[in-house]
Design a protein around this ligand. Structure first.
Ligand code: SF4
Length: 307
């Protein structure tokens, strides 16, 4: 499959079927911490980057087996709201299936009427807000020229007030970039004003696009305590029941996960419901075929797909 991947384990959404709506690596930002890689095309142009009919037919093919998943998630290589057919795809899924839909977005286009209209039927929207000042925003998210932090805040506010979507705002903290007491306090003020259904704290836990470091769990706990927003959670993982999978299928599934973001062996095993030994065997084959390589981040080995 070209546009549909997974289901993959996501720390925030459980087991979700991912849908890629923009090619590698089209985005309106070039975040220091991006797990996908450096942005090669920084844009706010909304286009049909991938053919809608092909996406629909891949989804139809996958969903005919009625898989047990928590969400169908628009995410992947770049910013999904750049996809001009997002609204049509949401309508297609809502009319034909009963799966819950989720959108991971960097919030850059949510202030626009057309985008808001297209995302309003999505069950859970997870917009990012990593800064409280324009200078920190530019430092951490490296947005397309002219994009203002106020536009992101306005977009999230409109999403909360004008749509029935459940809104889980994520702030990803990067050591020495957006974790100063002043920035944290101001981010906290914005969160208290916005009142999202959840505020999720995250940090750099996978190999990032640029050389940056994350915060410890203790540091995130302190931020949570200092801001004191009632529905705050620090993102955490869990495991699923074991399942049987053929060697070829497993190898393809492993590649489908790590080509989108680097993963440690145990997380791949957890995502796919197989043992770590089975994943290790699949990874060895993929290394032999030149399709993946092992990299280290924070002392932990990750498997990274070669695009
Ligand atoms: S983290 Fe998201 S918003 Fe930032 S560069 Fe990567 S894909 Fe774009």
């Amino acid at each position: 499959m070209k546009y549909v991947f997974g289901p993959v384990f996501s720390r925030r959404l459980g087991f979700s079927l991912g849908v890629d709506l923009v090619p590698y690596k089209v985005c309106s930002m070039d975040c220091l911490y991006c797990e996908v890689g450096k942005t090669s095309e920084k844009t706010t142009s909304r286009l049909e980057y991938v053919p809608l009919d092909s996406v629909k037919s891949e989804l139809g093919e996958f969903l005919k087996a009625s898989p047990d998943i928590d969400f169908i998630t628009f995410s992947g290589y770049g910013e999904p709201t750049l996809y001009s057919k997002l609204g049509e795809l949401v309508d297609f899924l809502k009319e034909n299936y009963s799966y819950r839909l989720a959108l991971l977005t960097n919030s850059s286009l949510l202030y626009r009427d057309d985008v808001l209209e297209e995302v309003k039927k999505i069950d859970v929207v997870l917009p990012s807000l990593d800064a409280a000042t324009q200078s920190t925003f530019e430092k951490i998210n490296r947005p397309v020229e002219g994009l203002k932090l106020e536009q992101l805040v306005e977009g999230i506010e409109r999403l909360i007030k004008e749509t029935p979507c459940e809104v889980w705002v994520e702030t990803l903290f990067v050591k020495g970039v957006n974790d100063s007491p002043e920035e944290v306090e101001k981010i906290g003020e914005i969160i208290h004003q916005l009142k999202p259904h959840k505020w999720q704290l995250n940090t750099v836990v996978r190999p990032p696009a640029y050389s940056v470091k994350g915060l410890s769990l203790l540091e995130l706990e302190k931020i949570k305590e200092r801001v004191g927003y009632p529905s705050t959670e620090i993102v955490a993982g869990f495991k699923r029941e074991k399942r049987k999978m053929g060697a070829l299928e497993l190898k393809n599934e492993v590649y489908g996960i790590v080509v989108r973001r680097p993963c440690p062996i145990d997380e791949i095993a957890s995502a796919l419901g197989v043992s770590e030994e089975e994943v290790e065997r699949a990874v060895s084959l993929l290394i032999e075929e030149g399709k993946v390589r092992e990299i280290f981040f924070g002392g932990t080995p990750y498997v990274k797909g070669i695009v």
